[in-house]
Design a protein around this ligand. Structure first.
Ligand code: CAA
Length: 290
């Protein structure tokens, strides 16, 4: 069964099947959409597929979905290593690593590949101003920021970021799609680095890193302070590990490039940890060990 709705989006394609792409692909497939997932090579496809598989397994275990729904979602997913296969997609959601040059190249390739006249290209960028990506395409009116939160199946928010070039029809279609089909709560942001959530969250996380770097308190005490004292589900350093220190650094750099304020300057320790390959949960080590 496939879904039709006011946004008229039935076939979706997700570029990237990492932490975010796999979650976005999972929620699209669970929502009844024919979902094509691109990764760079066969190994990345295998890793991405197993990420989705185990998340769907967790959803069944937790009683969120029935075993039947899991099997149906898996049936709706196909994988490719060729962006040319996106020709018939109504919507592509780019979820590649947070690098402007990489994202621009992907959007350029999608623009060439996607032949449906109304096809929309959305980017899950966490912080890069959307207009910088839209100008890589010949259809900037049909490019929009659509930002999900990790873990995507659990956190029901989508930040919608129309650029100054995004058409009103595109904004309305993606809003309807996110709300009606994916069941997300939609918030709308101006096209400024970091948008709403990361413009607030990343300075908080980098303040915690500076606090630790200055010898002010231990990792455990900083995290316990915010979990036990403010009822946050995770402390700021555990959250940085969860997001990925590479992504956290990339977002801090985008914010600093936009605002040039000391508040946004990435702490040296964050840069050193990324250079060392200690990028958080996904590498087994960040501020905590996994
Ligand atoms: N599908 C549906 N639901 C699922 C699921 C799946 N695949 N996997 C887990 N869940 C559900 C669980 O059933 C559970 O729901 P209930 O509370 O209703 O039982 C819920 O998700 C939490 O799952 P767990 O019990 O396994 O995990 P937990 O309680 O230890 O919470 C956490 C883990 C959700 C990560 C929580 O610690 C949390 O919310 N942390 C903060 C995460 C956060 O702030 N994320 C945003 C980062 S910023 C970002 O993503 C944007 C960016 O650009 C950087």
């Amino acid at each position: 069964m496939t879904t039709t709705h006011s946004a008229g989006i039935r076939r979706v394609g997700i570029v990237g099947c990492g932490l975010m792409g796999s979650g976005i692909a999972e929620v699209c497939a669970r929502a009844g959409l024919e979902t094509l997932v691109y990764e760079v090579g066969p190994e990345a496809v295998t890793a991405g597929r197993s990420r989705i598989d185990s998340s769907l397994g967790r959803a069944v275990q937790r009683g969120k979905i029935a075993e039947e729904a899991r099997a149906e979602a898996l049936d709706r997913l196909t994988f490719t290593t060729d962006l040319g296969d996106f020709a018939d997609r109504d919507l592509a959601i780019e979820a590649a690593p947070e690098r402007e040059d990489l994202k621009r190249n992907i959007l350029m390739a999608l623009d060439k590949a996607m032949t449906q006249p109304d096809a929309i290209i959305a980017s899950n960028t966490s912080s890069i101003p959307v207009v910088k990506l839209a100008t890589a395409t010949s259809r900037p009116t049909m490019v929009i920021g659509m930002h999900f939160f990790n873990p995507v199946p659990t956190l029901k928010l989508v930040e919608l970021i129309p650029s100054v070039l995004t058409g009103e029809a595109t904004r309305q279609r993606i809003h309807a799609f996110a709300a009606e089909v994916l069941g997300r709560h939609v918030i709308r942001s101006q096209d400024r680095a970091g948008f709403i959530v990361n413009a607030l969250l990343i300075p908080y996380i980098t303040a915690a890193i500076r606090m630790y770097e200055a010898g002010f308190a231990s990792v455990e005490d900083i995290d316990a302070g915010m979990v036990m004292g403010c009822a946050h589900p995770m402390g700021p350093l555990a959250l940085a590990d969860h997001i990925g220190l590479d992504t956290t650094l990339a977002i801090a750099e985008s914010l600093y490039q936009e605002y040039r304020e000391p508040l946004h300057a990435p702490p040296p320790l964050l840069a050193r940890m990324v250079e060392a390959g200690h990028i958080g949960r996904k590498s087994g080590r960040g501020f905590h060990q996994y």
